[in-house]
Design a protein around this ligand. Structure first.
Ligand code: SF4
Ligand code: SF4
Length: 317
């Protein structure tokens, strides 16, 4: 019997116009080896499935309370009263994550989907069948499929098989990667990847390690190797205040990217934004979130022009 390859996904989003050329459907995989404090998809960080909770969907203990009493580990109790600006006060459940093993029993009884398990195991065929439905949009727009994360190449068997199946169905493919993965995994994915959306978060390795948890040498080395093998890039630079937004830091970006510029279709400068902040509460684990003011338009324009000076095609967003 043929082996069924599964991966842990947490979302599949159609009609994306940010994740590569044309209209794309993006498959998001769980788990990331980096720990970016500004991450706008914090639910992607853990490799395992985990319980999430969205306050905006919750009806409250007094009007619902279905989750109270069902937890085999006694992890859910009555929480504090919350004062709602334009409505009645509401008492939400409190989940003690130190007792929770993410079994999902409470999510099964929550009719409002306020409690839900983030991360499901899906087979390659299951995902491909979903993706094929969008093929007319890909064909119409020169779009395709993007496999993202987390870090999709931390689930190499699933990602590579998914890429292969997409190519068998004449679907354009892109991988959105941190680059912090074994070269062997990238090498196996290369023949089936039309494009690498490649993140370069910080050019100072010590700072990279201090802020993000890992150094950057492997990331830079893998980018050079992909270029040597003829891979195509969209380079993505998140512009983060006080981390990498200085003129000096962008000189380092420019010098590195100049060497691989013939493999780069575009450099995307992605200004830091606060839109992911509300997601941190859903994780129920008190994870700290980095908060800052976004870089202003003048600075973004200056950094764009600076990189253009290295012969690169650059866009903001
Ligand atoms: S997911 Fe956690 S809180 Fe919910 S029932 Fe299971 S152990 Fe209890
Ligand atoms: S079952 Fe769901 S909607 Fe009801 S109180 Fe619990 S979390 Fe809220």
């Amino acid at each position: 019997m043929e082996k069924v390859i599964t991966g842990k996904t947490y979302d599949i989003q159609g009609f994306s116009v940010q994740d590569g050329p044309g209209i794309r459907t993006t498959v998001f995989l769980k788990g990331c080896p980096l720990d970016c404090p500004w991450c706008h998809s914090p639910e992607s960080k853990e490799f395992s499935s985990e319980l999430n909770w969205m306050s905006i969907r919750c009806i409250g203990i007094d009007d619902c309370g279905m989750c109270i009493g069902v937890c085999p580990n006694d992890a859910i109790n009555r929480g504090l009263i919350n004062h709602i600006e334009l409505g009645d006060d509401i008492v939400y459940p409190h989940v003690d994550k130190s007792k929770c093993n993410d079994c999902g029993v409470c999510a099964n009884v929550c009719k409002a989907d306020a409690l839900y398990i983030c991360g499901v195991d899906q087979s390659v065929d299951e995902v491909v069948n979903r993706l094929i439905r969008d093929k007319p949009f890909f064909d119409e727009s020169n779009g395709g499929v993007t496999i993202s994360g987390g870090e999709c190449l931390c689930q190499p068997e699933f990602t590579i098989e998914l890429l292969k199946k997409c190519k068998e169905n004449q679907i354009n493919t892109a991988i959105d990667t941190t680059g912090f993965v074994k070269w062997q995994n990238i090498e196996k994915a290369l023949p089936y990847s039309d494009l690498f959306l490649y993140d370069l978060k910080c050019m100072d390795s010590e700072l990279h390690k201090k802020i993000i948890g890992v150094p950057n040498e492997l990331i830079l080395e893998n980018a050079r190797k992909i270029a040597n093998k003829g891979g195509r890039f969209w380079i993505r630079i998140p512009v983060i205040p006080m981390l990498n937004d200085s003129k000096e830091h962008f000189e380092k970006y420019g010098e590195f990217l100049r060497d691989i510029k013939y493999n780069i279709d575009i450099v995307q400068l992605l200004p830091y934004h606060k839109m992911g902040i509300s997601k941190y509460d859903r994780l129920l684990n008190n994870q700290k979130v980095f908060v800052s003011e976004p870089p202003n338009d003048k600075l973004m324009q200056a950094r764009k022009e600076q990189l253009e000076g290295y012969g690169l095609k650059v866009r903001i967003h």
